[in-house]
Design a binder for this molecule. Sequence first.
Ligand code: F3S
Length: 399
Amino acid sequence: MDLSPEEQSFLAGEAGPATQKAMQILEALGRIYGAERMIPVRSAQISGVSYANLGEAGLAWLAEMAAGGGKVRAFTTLNPAGMDVENYPALGIGEAFAENQRRVLAAFEQMGVVTTCSCTPYLFGNLPHFGEHVAWAESSAVCYANAVLGARTNREGGPSALAAALTGRTPAYGLHLDENRQPGLHVQVTAALEDIPDFGALGKVIGDRVQSRASQRVPFITGLANASLEELKSLCASMATFGGVGLFHIAGITPEASRFNPPVETITITRADLEGARAALTSAAPEEIDFFSLGCPHLSLPEIQRIAEGLRGKRVTREFWITTSRPIKGMADRMGYTEIIEGAGARFATDTCCVVAPIAGRFKALATDSAKACYYAAGKNQFKTRLMPFDELIREATR
Ligand code: F3S
């Protein structure tokens, strides 16, 4: 690889052992993927933050990087942690787990990472512009950055995202390069999409079909009249979960779509396909639900406003988590939404979510509007699931 003098000095250990280790990781990645050079990144977003996923080995590695003088050279935020940092006892998280989670966050903080834990960093300032290179790890956010914002990032892992943060570089391969952003599969949608579960279902259908192909292709979607930010974040989460998709284009909606014509190879997605995907994500009857959660990916402020409107003057009858980032929660506090929501008995699970929090065994059946949350609730926590429209879920939670 063609390394600049500064990159060579990182590799030689002149900026300390942590930066050296980070550069070694990136150089090895670059060699594996045939990168010719490094490119500067404007920001990083690191996954693998929950102590439940990291364990002692992961924590030891972070502590070593912090002790080795690691300091970020790009603006860096974190994925959700295993608990609400301020409100974990109310969510049933014990003190031992909390202490370990705090050690994880302290190591990141020592390295200059902004310890705001969220999968929607684009909602509070980690917002790359069109064409900007970043190194993000959360798969739904990667897809959002590439497809919706037109920024450029590969699907990083936790260590490579941290390495990019500490060096301000990433190897130039994959979705950073023009040739890999070309669409290869035309996805013609004939159904009119009605709600967020429809977008999640669409992501599952496309993801399943892309996944089953020998060579993965960038989908080019036609037939969607429009899509809100919230619908797009759900689509991104779902397509990334079911198909490992890091980039797609939607004609008339996403910024790079106008550069391309629809590819020749075409698949069609009908209302029956969407209904099939929705049914596949629903195994629980309404009366079996003992856990409601909205906010996968983390909620936007308009979504929290909508929850407050739905819960005003009511009481929830079962456990109900509202998952979002700390900055968005701060705005909800200010607007009085938190008071209404908590007054109804629902709980904010800020900084975390129903997938990364250690809640296996606590519940039997999850209701959510998120296809991704259904997938992980079943696979990771063995919960039954029910994919429900946003407002219907709020009504069901108060029945
Ligand atoms: Fe975010 Fe957790 Fe869903 S990290 S995308 S809310 S699984």
